[in-house]
Each structure stands twice: as C-alpha cells, then as structure tokens.
Design a protein around this ligand. Structure first.
Ligand code: AHG
Length: 344
C-alpha cells in the first residue's frame, strides 16, 4: 500500500465534506508546529531546552495555574502561537500557559476558528527523558464575534470541530479526529511528514489495564476506593480477573497506550484537589481527549456525566476524568453515580 501523508488525508477529508479548507489548513499548521516542538524536545540537554524557565530577575516563571514553567513549555507555546498567527485560519488561540486568549495580530487576516492547546503536556517528565506531548482542540468562533474573549471559548466538548494530540516518544505520533473516526500518523523524519499509520482506530470495549496515580489513594472518594480495590483484588475478587497497572504521568502517553491496546485512565476528584474541581483541564486536555476516545469507540466521563456534555464555566477549568475502554469506564461511573444518589 502506498503511504498516505497527512496532507493527502486532509484532502480526502475535505472531499468527503468532513472539514473545510480553513480547518484543513489549521490542522496542517498545528502539525507543522508540532514537528518543530519534536525537534526541540529531541535536542534534550544539547539544545539548552531543559530545566525551568525564568522571568524577570531570574525568578522562576509561573503560568496561570500557578505551576512553574519549564523552558520547553514556553518554547512550545511560542512555536504554536507563532505558527498560527498569520495563516488567516484563526480568530484567536488559548493555551494552558496564558491567562487570556491571544488575539490574532491586526496585520494578519482572521478566520472563523478558535484553537486551544496544552503546548507541552506532562512537562514534569522532560528532564527525565520520558514521553511528553501536545494536545489541541478546535472550536468554531461564534457568529459575528470579531475579537473573541474567554467567554467565546466556553463551548461544550460536543461543539469541537477537531481535536488531536502529538506524543513526543520513541516515535513522534499524531492522533487526530474531525468527528469521523480517530486516525494515527507517524512522523517520518527522513521525509519530514506525518504518514498515516492507523486508520479508524477501535479501542477494545473491555480492559485489563488501568492507569491512575495510586499515591492519591487515601484522598479518593469511597466509590473510587471501592472500584480500584476490586481491580487490585484481581481474579480472587468480585471482578474475577487480573488487571495490570501503568502510570506514565503524561496524559498523552497514558491515553496513547489506551488508543493502542485499550485500558482505562482516571484522574478522579480527591480530597487534595476537591476545591479546584479536579486536576486536568477541561478545555485543552479533557475535552480533546474525550473526543478522540469517543471517536475510537471508547467512553469519557467526569464520573457523573459524559465529559463532552459539560457546559464549561472557565477557560482553565479543571474536571475529574475517566476515559478509555467503554465497558470498564461504565463500571467506574456506575459506582460513582450509586454513591452520589445514596448521599444526595
Ligand atoms: P502538566 O501538563 O502540568 O505537566 O500536567 C500533567 C498532567 C497529565 O499529563 C498527567 O496525567 C497528570 O498531570 C499527572 O499528574 P500527577 O503528577 O499528579 O500524577
């Protein structure tokens, strides 16, 4: 079979009427920016890209979430902003690294799309050379809005036109959906382009692997204690089978494992993070991943409701995330819903 490049694939999607020319250009531009991020991450210690970013007076630079920024967080954010500023396909961008949306400079034409991204997810893993990634989500700019504000981005996940992530791992891999299946592209470094490596990915309905940060166990709600307790009990417990556990602490890598061989991923609400509503960000982490997982036949929930149905209230809002193989997500959600109905 002749290899299919990302560009060819996007032309096919346009011909099928799934995406328009502007969205196709947007995806191409994001993919091109991610190639540059792949080059920067690959340089490692040789590229002066490791370690913490510094601001004025050499103080550690901190993002809107109050998290210290790595140099590569800042570099990746700038690469994505710069690549997307001038193409005429965007009305504005929003990023984990910036408090407010970034308007398109007046000197460039504006388009009808809004782009949200986490430029470098899992960045605490950079210095130890473990996979990191970029996550992005595309929304339509509301009709008649010329200078989009944060409120214009607050659309539920079901309104996403496209979503994707790139894993900078042993291979650089892009996983993409525009609402017509989930597809994987692998970066061919010699040719310099993403090449289709899996079309129409299907996630197994049942799982034998789960991903959760077990160090938070004592802070979890009773439903999660019970659910994970049963998985750990394995073939001797009520589930009657053994489960394996993995936790990379880069959502992109954990989700990519699920997209490849099934399994479930949880970042639930716990007593430590209850006040902030969860750990992961709804708009540029949870929603794009939920779209990708659902399009591959999996499920994504907050533990109480379908993730993509949630009406956002803030650009940097956090949510509990349960996603992966459908049947297993449903069991965990059921335990949480039962607990919620018992305790009002
Ligand atoms: P960040 O983008 O700040 O690096 O956050 C990483 C996220 C996600 O990728 C991962 O699943 C999770 O945080 C890991 O959290 P813990 O360190 O609490 O395990």
């Amino acid at each position: 079979m002749k290899p299919v490049s990302l560009i060819q694939f996007l032309i096919e999607e346009r011909r099928a009427g799934y995406i328009n020319a502007e969205l196709s250009l947007l995806i191409e531009v994001v993919a091109r920016a991610c190639k540059r991020i792949a080059v920067a991450t690959n340089k490692g210690a040789l590229g002066d890209v490791l370690g913490m970013a510094t601001g004025a007076g050499d103080a550690a630079s901190v993002n809107i979430q109050g998290e210290a920024q790595k140099k590569l967080d800042v570099i990746s954010n700038e690469i994505l902003l710069e690549a997307n500023a001038w193409g005429g396909h965007l009305a504005a961008c929003a990023s984990e690294e910036m408090e407010d949306p970034q308007p398109i400079p007046d000197m460039y034409p504006k388009g009808n799309h809004l782009l949200l991204f986490d430029p470098l997810d899992g960045s605490s893993n950079i210095d130890v050379n473990v996979s990191v990634g970029t996550i992005f989500s595309v929304l339509r700019c509301p009709e008649g809005v010329v200078n989009p504000k944060a409120a214009d981005f607050l659309q539920p996940g079901t309104a996403q036109l496209a979503a994707g992530y790139v894993v900078y791992g042993p291979a650089t891999v892009l996983v993409l959906t525009s609402g017509h299946g989930t597809h994987e592209f692998t970066l061919d470094r010699e040719v310099g382009s993403f090449v289709l490596s899996r079309r129409d990915i299907r996630i197994p309905q049942d799982a034998t692997e789960f991903a959760i940060n077990m160090s938070n166990q004592r802070h979890w709600q009773p439903a999660m204690q019970r659910y994970i307790g049963e998985l750990l009990a394995g073939s001797e417990g009520p589930r009657g089978k053994d489960f394996n556990m993995r936790w990379v602490a880069s959502m992109v890598a954990d989700v990519h494992r699920i997209v490849t061989r099934g399994g479930v991923f949880f970042y639930p609400l716990d007593a430590k993070i209850a006040q902030q509503g969860g750990k992961l960000r709804l708009m540029y982490e949870a929603n794009p991943m939920a779209f990708i997982i659902e399009q591959a036949g999996g499920a994504a929930s907050t533990g109480q409701q379908r993730l993509m149905a949630l009406q956002p209230t803030g650009l940097h809002q956090r949510v509990p995330v349960f996603l992966g193989s459908k049947n297993e997500v449903e069991v965990a959600v059921q335990y949480h819903q039962d607990d919620a109905s018992q305790h009002g």
